[in-house]
Design a protein around this ligand. Structure first.
Ligand code: ZN
Length: 96
C-alpha cells in the first residue's frame, strides 16, 4: 500500500466536521473595505467563513453607451397630451 494520493488539479478545502467538499457560496462584507468568502459544505451544509480580505476594486474601463442608457433610465415614454387626456375624461363622464 502506497500512501500516495492521486494528484488533484486543485487542492480543495475540506469540511472540518465531516471532511466533505466545501463550495463557494457567496461573499460577505467584513467591514473596512474587506469581504470574506463564505463556503458551504456540500455534504453536511456547514457554513465556513474564509478570512476577510481586502475588497479588490476592479476599474471599470468599459463605459459603453448601452450602459450609460441604463444609468439614465428607460427611454422617455410617449406621454398623452393634456388635451387628449381631458377628452378621455369627458368621454368617461358622458358615458357614466
Ligand atoms: Zn461537512
Amino acid at each position: 500500500m502506497s500512501g500516495e494520493a492521486q494528484p488533484v488539479p486543485r487542492p480543495r478545502r475540506r469540511c472540518a466536521k465531516c471532511g466533505g467538499e466545501v463550495r463557494f457560496s457567496h461573499r460577505e462584507y467584513a467591514g473596512r473595505g474587506t469581504s470574506a468568502a463564505v463556503l458551504r459544505c456540500a455534504a453536511c451544509g456547514d457554513v465556513i467563513r474564509d478570512a476577510a480580505r481586502e475588497t479588490v476594486k476592479t476599474p471599470q474601463r468599459h463605459t459603453s453607451k448601452r450602459h450609460r442608457d441604463l444609468d439614465q433610465g428607460p427611454p422617455a415614454n410617449p406621454v398623452i397630451d393634456p388635451e387628449l387626456a381631458a377628452r378621455l375624461l369627458e368621454s368617461t363622464r358622458d358615458s357614466g
